[in-house]
Design a binder for this molecule. Structure first.
Ligand code: KG4
Ligand code: ZN
Length: 353
């Protein structure tokens, strides 16, 4: 009798020539439990997301152990809902794609183990997907005609980088952050200002009410390179706030948000342009949670118009963590015949870009 993996391998091999491929994606790397069904990498049949934001809010950030427990409680219902909304039966699923990293290890293990159980019970291939490849793939769902090569500005809670995406699932790194990720800087600045978790969207909202009139730092040591540094601006904001607090002076929170956001968005915009110039690629794709930032969208739109660059950003619901992007990436892995995993797959806290 053939083993599970022998059958899965055979079916995986057939996927690259199959007309319609239905992939079920699973994402549990941080505080969103999500299951989604995507056809042919771009057609969204369902995308169910159970967010734990309200649970973690009172702690001011994600508590890993609490996240794992809540993933366990949510995942079965989220899975059933995703199947129901997609209006398919279990037999229609061609493969399971799951985020294996990067992320919180306990949280990842819930999704990975659930994915293994489903793949084994249905005798179908299990595809291990990188969360970063997933964020990039969110754009293939929003922009059905998008094709590599392109420059990708990756801006999430855990990563900040400029990538040259050469093929659907291959890229080379052009530059990265030498310290904090940009989402992390947004969240820390929000925290020092007493704003609720997750801080990024709140800084975005308040910045609209404020003025960019505070100069926190004067220069950037990485000017002219494609690398980023956000710990300097973060520390400068923290010192500014502490200083005013010690003097018992009031803090204009909207102005702090607008000035901080302006600095960060300047960096991201200027270096994206530099990356397009250096690679001579006039296609820019944005990926990761910070792509939801309204000011970043405004500035990139303007910069791309002025420089004849086509800009692609995911629709809002696909900017932050979701399983649709994982299912989409899984499809392109299958086309390239990469990522097939046996049942010994495990989670990985970090992944090299
Ligand atoms: O990609 P993501 O959902 O999770 C990771 O893979 O890390 O990104 C989450 C990050 C958080 O730091 C969050 O504050 C930030 O994205 N974020 C934003 C906005 N929406 C989410 N940052 C700035 N402005 C936003 N509108
Ligand atoms: Zn993410």
């Amino acid at each position: 009798m053939e083993s599970y993996f022998e059958i899965a391998k055979k079916k995986f091999g057939e996927l690259k020539n199959k007309k319609d491929v239905i992939i079920l994606g699973i994402e549990s790397s941080c505080d969103e439990t999500s299951v989604s069904v995507v056809k042919n990498g771009t057609i969204l049949l369902s995308n169910v997301i159970a967010s734990q934001i309200d649970i973690h809010k009172r702690f001011g950030g994600v508590v890993p152990e609490v996240a794992s427990r809540n993933h366990i409680m949510a995942i079965e219902n989220v899975f059933n809902q995703a199947i129901k909304e997609a209006n398919i039966s279990l037999e229609d699923i061609d493969a399971i794609a799951v985020t294996y990293g990067a992320g919180l290890i306990g949280a990842l293990l819930v999704g990975v183990n659930f994915a293994k159980a489903v793949a084994y019970s249905l005798n179908i291939p299990l595809i291990a997907v990188s969360h970063i490849q997933g964020h990039i793939a969110a754009n293939y769902i929003t922009h059905k005609n998008l094709t590599p090569p392109f420059v990708c500005l990756l801006v999430s809670g855990g990563h900040t980088a400029l990538l040259e995406v050469t093929d659907y699932i291959s890229h080379t790194m052009l530059g990265t952050t030498i310290d904090d990720a940009v989402g992390e800087a947004f969240d820390k600045v929000a925290r020092i200002l007493g704003l609720e978790y997750p801080g990024g969207p709140n800084v975005d909202k308040l910045a609209k009410l404020g003025k960019n009139n505070i100069k926190f730092i004067n220069h950037n040591i990485l000017n002219g390179t494609l690398n980023f540094s956000f710990s300097g601006i973060k520390t400068a904001v923290i010192n500014y706030v502490h200083n005013l607090e010690q003097k018992k002076e009031s803090i204009n929170i909207p102005n702090v948000c607008a000035s901080f956001q302006n600095f960060v968005v300047n960096e991201l915009t200027e270096k994206s342009l530099l990356a397009c110039k250096k690679t001579k690629i006039n296609k820019l794709v944005v990926a990761g949670g910070v792509s939801a930032n309204s000011y970043l969208k405004e500035r990139l739109t303007k910069m791309c118009e002025e420089n004849n660059i086509s800009l692609f950003m995911p629709e809002l619901k696909l900017c932050t963590d979701n399983a649709a992007m994982i299912a989409s990436a899984g499809y392109f892995y299958a086309l390239k015949q990469k990522g097939l995993s046996d049942l010994d797959l495990t989670g990985q806290a970090t992944i090299n870009l």
